[in-house]
Write a protein that binds this ligand. Structure first.
Ligand SMILES: NC(=O)c1ccc[n+]([C@@H]2O[C@H](COP(=O)([O-])OP(=O)(O)OC[C@H]3O[C@@H](n4cnc5c(N)ncnc54)[C@H](O)[C@@H]3O)[C@@H](O)[C@H]2O)c1
Ligand SMILES: CCCCC=O
Length: 483
């Protein structure tokens, strides 16, 4: 497959190149080879993208929701037809196994285009009767939205931000992560092919400073970031300078609580899905696995058995179910955490090493006897490292689960439904799971509380974050005044 894109940026309905920007090598994580080169946006490219998105605002907002929705749904259809090629590209961009990308990434992107395309015509205001007078509300777009993406789900993130933004009548300039610059260009190309007018959805490449330069431009009305908490703090602060709307999808250190009465096979499945999918590079992962003491050893034994089913290798091979880390840098960060886990006294149950193969592979790693104060239990690792902690009571588990500055997700496995709902109500997290983990359908809200974020993506809730209400008071009779 050709991995070199036509050009680095997609602006105003066409590919645009400017090789005077800083070179960004695109590295295939499974081999370490450079598979493409793109160039970071220069100030002139940033200006071109913002000007195009600004100029497109009025025409796009003036279209009916039905017209906008039809374009988004057509784009969804094209994405589904090209699922194979888009999945192969996602695997080159991220290193995630084709076994995953072929059912998750373009699929989830298409779901979001289809869902918000379907909602577009239903985005309306309301009528509020006040005696003979009345108020009506108009739900209006915010204007120009900037999207900034992380590297773990490049197609999905480009769509989860673009689809609701465009459905509400906004335009977008999207900057993917410099680590995975390829997939968002395809999203832009497909939206344009589906009929989105030039300038409605633009993609430019670049490192952090390019993202930073977008946020403070006076034409920008909203910034939606998917990234780490430290980046979120900077982006939030920069957006505040112009009182811009924000959505912050940030990191986590989520708890997964497994009670003695849980179905052990399902609980092990949840722990695997919540720690090792995408080689552990998922924001919502349940990396603090609290296991009640009565089933701790049985859980660890069955987990070790199930991990025999891990198949590392060429991620493009549909039989392979475990890919490399996205980059050498991320591999080094995760190895650093593994070393800390060992140094601080956690028991290494399995993994912890690089296998003898090219690329940035790391074995799935499980630590047991982890305590709340250890670094691996407190900081987001963003790699295939599961920490197993044990507990006695429900109250204790809930208190310890919530003892973190993060609040992205939380899960519970139990057969006791009352307890399951008590736990879900008590978790300080934006997304909770009962007897499952990491499902993220577009119909459900997704996002974090505490330092894990602001706002929600997906579901009807996202409409609130990409539109604003205007109230219009209408008087039908004469108007009295004091003088
Ligand atoms: N909550 C979610 O939905 C979600 C989803 C995926 C990933 N994440 C989080 O993303 C992180 C991993 O991704 P990452 O390493 O790419 O994150 P990151 O914070 O390093 O970078 C995210 C994006 O921000 C850009 N950026 C960096 N500094 C910037 C600045 N000062 N101004 C504007 N933009 C800037 C980067 O170029 C990149 O595009 C993890 O913490 C993970 O939990 C969250
Ligand atoms: C389960 C959805 C994951 C998105 C963030 O990494």
């Amino acid at each position: 497959m050709k991995t070199q894109p036509t050009a680095s940026h997609f602006i105003d309905g066409q590919y645009v190149e400017d090789t005077s920007g800083e070179e960004i090598p695109v590295i295939y994580p499974a081999t370490g080879e450079v598979i493409a080169t793109v160039y970071s946006a220069t100030p002139a490219i940033v200006e071109q993208a913002l000007a195009a998105a600004h100029a497109a605002e009025k025409e796009w907002a003036a279209m009916t929701g039905t017209e906008r929705g039809r374009i988004l749904r057509r784009a969804a259809q094209i994405m589904r037809e090209r699922n194979h090629d888009l999945s192969v590209l996602e695997t080159y961009d991220t290193g995630k196994p084709y076994q995953e990308t072929s059912v998750v990434d373009a699929t989830s992107g298409a779901d979001s285009l289809e869902y918000f395309g379907g909602l577009a015509a239903a985005i309306t205001g309301e009528h509020i009767q006040l005696g003979e007078d009345f108020v009506y509300t108009r739900r209006e777009p915010l204007g120009l939205c900037v999207g900034i993406g992380a590297w773990n789900y490049p197609t999905q993130i480009a769509c989860w931000k673009g689809a609701p933004a465009l459905a509400c009548g906004n335009t977008m300039v999207f900057k993917p992560s410099e680590t995975t610059p390829l997939c968002a260009l395809k999203v832009a190309e497909i939206l344009h092919e589906a009929g989105a007018p030039a300038g409605v959805y633009n993609v430019i490449q670049g490192y952090g400073p390019v993202g930073a330069s977008l946020i403070t431009d006076s034409r920008v009305d909203k910034v939606s970031l998917t990234g780490s908490v430290p980046t979120g703090k900077k982006v939030y602060a920069a957006a505040a300078e112009g009182i811009r709307h924000v959505t912050m999808e940030l990191g986590g250190k989520s708890p997964l609580v497994i009670f003695d009465d849980a179905d052990i096979e399902n609980a092990v499945s949840g722990a695997i899905l919540g720690n090792f999918y995408s080689s552990g590079q998922v924001c919502s992962n349940g990396t603090r696995v609290f296991v009640q003491k009565g089933i701790k050893e049985a859980f660890l034994t069955r987990l070790a058995e199930r991990l025999q089913g891990v198949k590392l290798g060429d991620p493009q091979d549909p039989e392979v179910n475990f890919g490399p880390m996205v980059s050498e840098k991320q591999l080094g960060i995760v190895e650093g955490y593994i070393a800390k886990g060992i140094a601080e006294g956690a028991r290494l149950v399995c993994g912890g090493k690089r296998p003898d193969m090219a690329g940035f592979f790391l074995e799935p790693t499980v630590f047991a006897d982890v305590t709340d104060d250890m670094t691996i239990a407190r900081e987001e690792i963003f790699g295939p490292v599961m920490s197993v902690l044990d507990f006695d009571t429900e109250e204790e588990a809930l208190a310890r689960a919530n003892d973190t500055e993060f609040g992205l997700s939380a899960g519970v496995f139990t057969r006791d439904l009352s307890r399951a709902h008590r736990m879900a109500a008590g978790f300080e997290a934006g997304t909770c799971y009962i007897n499952t983990y990491n499902d993220a359908p577009v119909e459900a809200p997704f996002g974090g509380s505490k330092q894990s974020g602001v706002g929600r993506e997906n579901s009807k809730a996202a409409i609130e974050h990409y539109s604003q209400i205007k109230g219009v008071y209408v008087r039908t009779g004469d108007l009295e005044a004091p003088f």
